[in-house]
Design a protein around this ligand. Structure first.
Ligand SMILES: [Zn+2]
Length: 111
């Protein structure tokens, strides 16, 4: 892949990484704040609070998972493997990388 193109993906991945890290941090802060306060005595409120925490947890897992992929894509850029399918080694289509710059697999292997 051309260096120029690689730089574009790298910039996109770095900004995505910044965005995800701050979101994961915000979610963590949110959760800590809720955990500090005792749960409501009212059982309905309590159920709602627990549910909220579960939503925050699953969001956090989702965003952390994406962050892992973004970091691994940046590592692949450094190693010079970026843009090759982790499964079959074929070049991943640029249209796919444009949509998902941290895609690990080509369209065929992702199926
Ligand atoms: Zn493949």
């Amino acid at each position: 892949m051309e260096n120029q193109k690689l730089e574009v993906y790298k910039a996109a991945l770095e900004s995505k990484r910044g965005e995800l890290s701050s979101r994961v941090e915000a979610l963590n802060a949110d959760k800590n704040r809720e955990h500090k306060g005792a749960l409501s005595a009212d059982s309905e409120d309590r159920a709602q609070e627990i549910e909220n925490n579960e939503v925050v947890d699953s969001l956090e897992n989702l965003e952390s998972g994406e962050l892992v992929l973004v970091n691994s894509a940046l590592k692949r850029i450094e190693e010079g493997n970026f843009g090759n399918c982790a499964e079959c080694g074929e070049a991943i289509k640029e249209s796919r990388l444009d949509a998902v710059p941290y895609a690990l697999n080509c369209v065929n292997c992702a199926k």
